[in-house]
Design a protein around this ligand. Structure first.
Ligand code: CP
Length: 316
């Protein structure tokens, strides 16, 4: 594996899940693999889980890790080829990525959507420019449209909590929020679910349809209670509108997930990638209840990252 920016970079999801579960049992079994190798982690946005889990994953594999908070400590990057750089940007991504490639054996990058221009965000310009100008493998720690390390951890978590023969019913439900949040987690979760052996439904208010590029094949149900019926897993996430880009079209607090809502499910386990706005997206009683998987998901972020880095180190 030389690139990890979406589910399409994974040849066999089942094998990758097995690899992650093996690493979870024995995290230091491959601590020789990254000896004298450096993981460079470039952040253009804040993070708790992604930063610490990816850094720890590299360390478990014996890698040195360098974190660059590019948004605060680095030069403002120019992303457009051929730009006349007489504005606020100081360094071209062409030079920055080439220089980082001299210091690092793998470059991981977090670069959220700017939520202003759909075409620009959905072109994944920043990740693609890093891919173009780096001479070492590039890993997405969340781009404008996808969050594959999170989705991989979510698939691991579902596997750990499902041992029946039939497919589990997995429901991704929209939740209220006060800010226009990117569609990346929802897009990515959908993309991974559609390549996994589950019965997958998405529920959201009208106007919140995600891009078909990531949801083709999913059932879309506008009635949340109908969608939740017999669910085995409920994944809660807010996102802003895709069509009327970055708009908040619904503030209906009745979309918050509560225990009452879960009564129609098959005693569903509840998931959220975190950070979560408590009692806005999901009630405390659900998040802190027996069926909440939020901490297990966060724990599995370590092993999704470690499985990806291991695969890349083995490929080089
Ligand atoms: N779930 C997730 O990516 O968390 P952070 O934004 O804190 O990294």
């Amino acid at each position: 594996m030389k690139i990890f920016t979406s589910v399409n970079d994974v040849t066999n999801i089942d094998e990758m899940v097995n690899e992650a579960l093996m690493l979870k049992k024995d995290p230091y079994a491959f601590s020789h693999l990254g000896k004298n190798k450096t993981l460079g982690m470039v952040f253009l946005n804040p993070s708790l889980r992604t930063r610490l889990s990816t850094q720890k994953a590299g360390m478990n594999l014996g890698m040195n890790t360098i974190v660059l908070n590019m948004d605060k400590e680095g030069w403002a990057l120019e992303m457009n080829d051929g730009a006349v750089m007489n504005g606020s940007s100081v360094e071209h991504v062409r030079d920055a990525a080439a220089v980082l490639s001299q210091y690092c054996d793998i470059i991981a990058i977090r670069c959220f959507a700017h939520m202003k221009n759909k075409e620009e965000d959905y072109s994944e310009k920043i990740i693609n420019q890093f891919k173009k100008y780096s001479t070492v493998p590039v890993v997405s720690m969340e781009g404008s449209t996808l969050h594959p390390l999170q989705s991989f951890a979510d698939v691991i978590t579902i596997r750990e909590n499902w041992n029946k023969k039939q497919k589990p019913k997995v429901v991704l439900t929209w939740a209220p929020h006060i800010k226009p949040i990117a569609q990346a987690v929802a897009n990515s979760f959908s993309e991974w679910m559609l390549k996994t052996d589950v019965d997958f439904t998405i529920t959201h208010p009208e106007g919140y349809e995600l891009s078909e590029a990531f949801t083709k094949g999913a059932k879309i149900v506008y009635d949340q209670q109908e969608a939740l019926k017999d669910a085995d897993f409920v994944y809660v996430k807010n996102w802003s509108c895709y069509t009327d880009y970055a708009k908040i079209a619904c503030t209906d607090s009745s979309w918050m997930l509560t225990n009452k809502k879960l009564e129609v499910t098959n005693n569903a386990k509840v998931m959220h990638c975190l950070p979560v706005r408590r009692n806005l997206e999901v009630s405390d009683e659900v998040l802190d209840g027996a069926n909440s998987l939020i901490l297990q998901q966060a724990s599995n972020r370590l092993f999704s990252a470690q499985a990806v880095l291991k695969k890349i180190l083995e490929t080089k």
